[in-house]
Design a protein around this ligand. Structure first.
Ligand code: PLP
Length: 412
């Protein structure tokens, strides 16, 4: 199967625009040389995180989200009720430093979601984003050839670039019928030696996910080629049915590090709690040591509430799956009711996918819906894709109202 973006890139020229107000400046004058002739090491400059800047600019100016990647946000009282925890237990919590690797009870609870792995294989981290950065910095070296599934949440690629890796895209196949994993292109990419693979399933932003058989083949490839594998599983628990849930990569090979957390599947992004699991103890120790330089340990309130949420995981995730399924039907009937606007198919797994914009570009559509309907759509250029799709986030409980606002904006 031919790789998809090459053809589109040639047909439509697209560039992530420079963030407003970031005007290139002349470099400041050099300070006097105090290095004794030694070259001063420089860090590559970080570009803006385009998607996060977009949310920072617009998210709180609108009434509804059409592209959110998290499930309906819970309240503290919801977590306590779901897990039947007396409020007093939260009030009596001591707010001292917590343990470096994470609260032992929380790590034990997390390990129950990873068949064959133990609590010592788990590292609790402040926010999935921190987990991702710490793990990739521990796993990758400058010059490594690293295969990254694209389009992707920007940090999955950017951190490898900052480390000085040779980053090679593994694009999701896209055509008018939707999205598909391009196994042939991965096969071709592996004709040259690679050090590591970075994947994200269920996938943000396209919603693709391997079948359990394909997943086993991917594990076999990782083993065969001796790759280190960072498997971002942040949307785990949100497949339409248990049979489509993947066994975490870290349970299938010690070459993998699996990432999950509370933000998306549990609707607890404000707790900023994530975790890494790997059977590679030496690597896990190195990541834990790196955490001393970022946050040292996680926060006590998040660990406490996170433990309660995990104890209530079954009903909580089932509730979020139901919301995603219902919103998928609402979105499909919205697309039918408004012919010529967008083409939509539900994600294979997870809360997000992309709808194809049928006339005009995605940025103009998002601007109109934001200005006339007070609802936020994410255009696909923020994922370094041509500006022809908008991300659809199906996890929110008020999605039907968001769709009404979209329709209102189109009539205005
Ligand atoms: C694929 C993926 N990984 C990691 C993250 C980071 O999660 P968090 O924002 O909770 O730190 C996100 C957030 O959108 C994501 O989509």
């Amino acid at each position: 199967m031919a790789s998809c973006y090459g053809a589109i890139d040639r047909a439509v020229s697209f560039r992530i625009p420079r963030a407003p107000g970031r005007i290139p400046l002349d470099p400041p004058p050099s300070p006097p040389d105090s290095s004794g002739g030694m070259p001063t090491p420089t860090m590559p400059e970080s570009p803006p995180f385009h998607l996060e800047r977009y949310f920072a600019r617009w998210e709180n100016t609108v009434s509804r989200q059409l592209s959110a990647s998290d499930c309906r946000p819970l309240r503290v009282t919801d977590v306590l009720n779901w897990s039947k925890t007396p409020t007093d237990q939260l009030l009596q919590l001591r707010l001292g430093y917590t343990q470096s690797a994470g609260d032992p009870e929380l790590r034990r609870e997390i390990a129950t979601f990873y068949p064959g792995r133990k609590d010592d294989d788990v590292l609790v981290v402040n926010a999935p984003q921190e987990a991702l950065a710490l793990a990739l910095r521990a796993m990758l070296r400058p010059g490594d050839r690293v295969i990254v599934q694209t389009p992707c949440y920007q940090s999955l690629k950017q951190i490898a670039l900052q480390i000085g890796c040779q980053v090679v895209d593994w694009p999701v196949h896209v055509d008018d019928n939707g999205f598909a994993i391009d196994w042939n292109s991965l096969h071709d990419l592996l004709h040259e030696p690679a050090a590591a693979l970075i994947t994200n399933f269920p996938h943000n932003p396209t919603g693709v996910q391997p079948t359990p058989d394909e997943w086993q083949h991917l594990v076999a490839k990782v083993e065969h080629h001796g790759l280190r594998w960072f498997s971002d599983e942040i949307y785990r628990g949100l497949a339409p049915d248990d049979v489509f849930e993947l066994v975490p990569a870290a349970c299938l090979t010690t070459r993998a590090v699996s990432l999950w957390g509370l933000s998306k599947s549990f609707g607890l992004a404000g707790l900023r709690l994530g975790w890494l699991v790997t059977g590679d103890r030496e690597l896990r120790t190195r990541i834990e040591e790196a955490k001393d330089w970022s946050s040292i340990c996680s926060n006590a309130v998040s660990e406490f509430l996170g433990l309660q949420a995990l104890r209530a995981a079954k009903p909580l995730l089932a509730g979020n799956r139901r919301i995603i399924a219902q919103n998928g039907q609402r979105m499909a009937s919205f697309a039918r009711r408004n012919p010529g606007l967008v083409a939509f198919s539900p994600p294979a797994a997870g809360p997000v996918t992309m709808a194809r914009v049928l006339s005009g570009n995605a940025t103009d559509l998002a601007t109109r819906v934001r200005e006339k309907g007070s609802a936020l759509l994410v255009p696909s250029y923020l994922f370094d894709m041509p500006d022809r799709w908008v991300r659809i986030g199906l996890g929110r409980a008020d999605f039907d109202d968001a769709l009404r606002r979209w329709e209102m904006a189109m009539r205005a």
